[in-house]
Design a protein around this ligand. Structure first.
Ligand code: ATP
Ligand code: MG
Length: 229
């Protein structure tokens, strides 16, 4: 098993003190190398779920087991190190570092992994997303779709065991949508990387053998029931 979520509860606290229940998941599991498309309504909690899996957020309760480690139980610094070494992320909002070029953003993704920097591989990833001619552009000099493609290249730079992609094709044309999908899915297949991809596109979801709608396994109300006990 590559990913296992058990009895996950997550709510956000409003400034007034009220809780906003977002996730109540009894169990969700993926095998190593499996590819799943995650769909669901806007505001339903998909990004929150990815942030919990990557250890950026911690759940109120529950287990998040990635590659054999319960990351939710670990301290932030340990989660950060674990994420840098094992998890690739394409953020919905890209989160590229503005002071660095496209190539440097990918190289930084590698250096944080602790596995050394492979400049040729970084260039190769950018070339594969059609950005071989934009290596030295900073993010603000790239179009939104180009920034998204840098984010995709960076997510693969640390050769992750788990790739979390939050609508990685949301801002690109059809040709680039196909290119990004092929890069992500082929890389994951070739290296047995587990892939969880959020998408609002039924065309994209339709290419996956396993499609999960968050509302089918998420019961946010469980969150409040348990916490009020
Ligand atoms: N830091 C926060 N504080 C309070 N509420 C939050 C916070 N982050 C998210 N929320 C709320 O949690 C809910 C889930 O948000 P999330 O971003 O996970 O949804 P999503 O499924 O990714 O939506 P989209 O498809 O629009 O990206 C939303 O109602 C949102 O308003
Ligand atoms: Mg989202």
């Amino acid at each position: 098993m590559s990913l296992l979520l058990e009895r996950i509860r997550k709510s956000y606290r409003e400034p007034g003190g009220n809780r906003i229940p977002v996730l109540g998941i009894q169990r969700f599991a993926m095998n190593q190398g499996e590819q799943v498309a995650l769909i669901g309504a806007s505001g339903g909690g998909k990004t929150t779920l990815l942030n919990i899996i990557s250890g950026i957020l911690t759940p109120d309760s529950g287990r998040v087991v990635v590659d054999g480690s319960d990351i939710a139980a670990k301290q932030e610094v340990v989660r950060d190190r674990f994420r840098a070494a094992k998890i690739g992320i394409v953020f919905q909002t890209f989160n590229l570092l503005p002071a660095f070029s496209a190539l440097e953003n990918v190289l930084l993704g590698m250096s944080f992994s602790g596995r050394g920097v492979d400049r040729a591989f970084a260039k190769q990833l950018l070339e594969r997303v059609g950005l071989g001619h934009r290596l030295h552009h900073s993010p603000q000099k790239l179009s939104v779709g180009e920034q998204q493609r840098v984010a995709v290249a960076r997510s693969l730079a640390n050769k992750p065991v788990l790739l979390l992609a939050d609508e990685p094709t949301a801002n690109v044309d059809l040709a680039n949508q196909q290119l990004i999908l092929d890069l992500i899915r082929d890389t994951c297949r070739d290296h047995n990387v587990t892939l969880l991809m959020v998408t609002h596109s039924s065309d994209v979801a339709g290419t996956f053998a396993r499609v999960e709608n968050l509302k089918d396994f998420n019961r946010p109300e469980l969150c409040l029931q348990e916490q009020s006990v």
